[in-house]
Write a protein that binds this ligand. Structure first.
Ligand code: NDP
Length: 343
């Protein structure tokens, strides 16, 4: 099934000029979204707790209200607080003020898809989910490239829900690159799968590669540099994003191509596929989301422990030293007991 791609011509920004838009949250994504919408000529206000994020929004020139005041004042409410805190914010500060004709906007399908937020039937529920981190949302607005988003409609009470989603996507600059339609469930599941079924495996691969090299006597700084600090890997992925894996592979030497293609099937390990399928199943069944909610409710005890263990992986021990070396700040002197694979 081939999906479609919405572009600038598919959206009408003037649909939003009659609306009162409030962004709830002014963090990693909230701030870039606010600045882009304003630069696109839209008026908006920010709803936030009274702290440094609120101060920052005021310094940037936005009117800042408490979240419940913003919810009362606006009729397009874009939820831009962290996913795990969003259900409580919604229940206590947003839902009491919702009126017929309001639109609830999400930058991730997560809370609606897993049933943590159940909006009333009389509001539009839409998704504009950038496939880009907040800093990139602002940067690619300013340089005119735009960025890909997923857009979706969970409920179309007004008959205009998709038009509103597309207008917002245009306002933040996404439609210069395009927006694909997706359901809230699909967006949430894809997003979590890339984190858990791909990034997790990538960390393990990096860890194993560094440990193999260092155990065979290669300098850890050279191993880190070869793998990622040189920027070669990042450049390759940048090219993959532009032309695809197949076309990008043509840019490598024949030695490299022969080496990669004659060896990659050795890594076609059925266990990896089984793990990916199991991870996807945990996501789709809601088991991951339930576990994450319990984790949040109990103050992140497991996350703290996991972050601590991750920071102690020997593979990363040479990173600070390598960065300093590359910046010309030291001569690469090191103590052997901090070498990756030796702890
Ligand atoms: P952030 O962690 O950056 O959000 C910070 C904002 O949330 C601040 O305004 C903060 O204000 C507010 N906030 C945090 N805790 C609370 C609380 N308990 N009560 C009220 N407000 C709170 O979130 P992101 O920008 O990373 O994510 C926002 C949404 O965007 C999520 O749905 C996420 O999935 C989605 N998204 C994020 C991307 C990104 O690049 N980060 C990319 C694509 C989608 P204060 O601390 O003052 O309360």
């Amino acid at each position: 099934m081939v999906t479609r791609l919405y572009r600038e011509d598919d959206a009408n920004l003037s649909l939003l000029t009659r609306k009162r838009i409030a962004l709830i949250g002014y963090g990693n994504l909230g701030r870039p979204v606010a600045l882009n919408l304003r630069d696109s000529g839209l008026r908006l206000l920010v709803g936030n707790l009274e702290d440094i994020y609120a101060e920052r929004a005021r310094t940037d020139g936005f009117e800042v209200l408490t979240i419940d005041q913003a919810a009362q004042r606006a009729n397009v409410l874009w939820m831009l607080v962290p996913d795990e805190v969003m259900p409580r914010v919604y229940l206590e500060m947003i839902s009491p003020s919702l009126k017929k004709g309001d639109t609830l906007v999400f930058a991730s399908g997560y809370n609606v898809a897993f049933g943590f937020i159940e909006p009333p039937t009389f509001v539009d529920v839409i998704m504009v989910a950038p496939r880009m981190i907040g800093a990139g949302v602002r940067e690619s607005y300013l340089d005119g490239r735009g960025f890909l988003s997923f857009v979706g409609v969970e409920r179309d009470a007004s008959g205009q829900a998709m038009a509103t989603a597309l207008a917002l996507a245009k306002g933040i600059g996404s439609l210069r690159a395009g927006a694909m339609p997706l359901t809230f469930e699909q967006e949430a599941e894809l997003d979590l799968f890339v984190q858990q079924g791909f990034m997790a495996a990538l960390y393990q691969l990096l860890n194993t590669a560094i440990s193999v090299l260092v155990d065979r006597g290669y300098p850890p700084e050279a191993a880190c540099a070869e793998l990622y600090f040189s920027g070669e890997l990042a450049f390759i992925f940048e090219k993959v994003a532009q032309v695809g894996v197949l076309e990008q592979a043509q840019a490598h030497s024949l030695t490299s191509r022969y080496g990669v293609l004659s060896r990659y099937e050795r890594f076609a390990e059925p266990k990896i596929r089984r793990q990916m399928e199991a991870i996807l199943e945990e996501i789709r069944s809601g088991a991951f989301a339930q576990g994450w909610t319990s984790e949040y409710n109990s103050g992140y005890p497991n996350l703290r422990e996991l972050m601590d263990r991750f920071a102690r992986w020997p593979a990363w021990h040479a990173e600070d030293r390598t960065l300093k070396l590359l910046a010309g700040e030291n001569d690469g002197e090191r103590e052997d007991d901090t070498r990756p694979g030796r702890a």
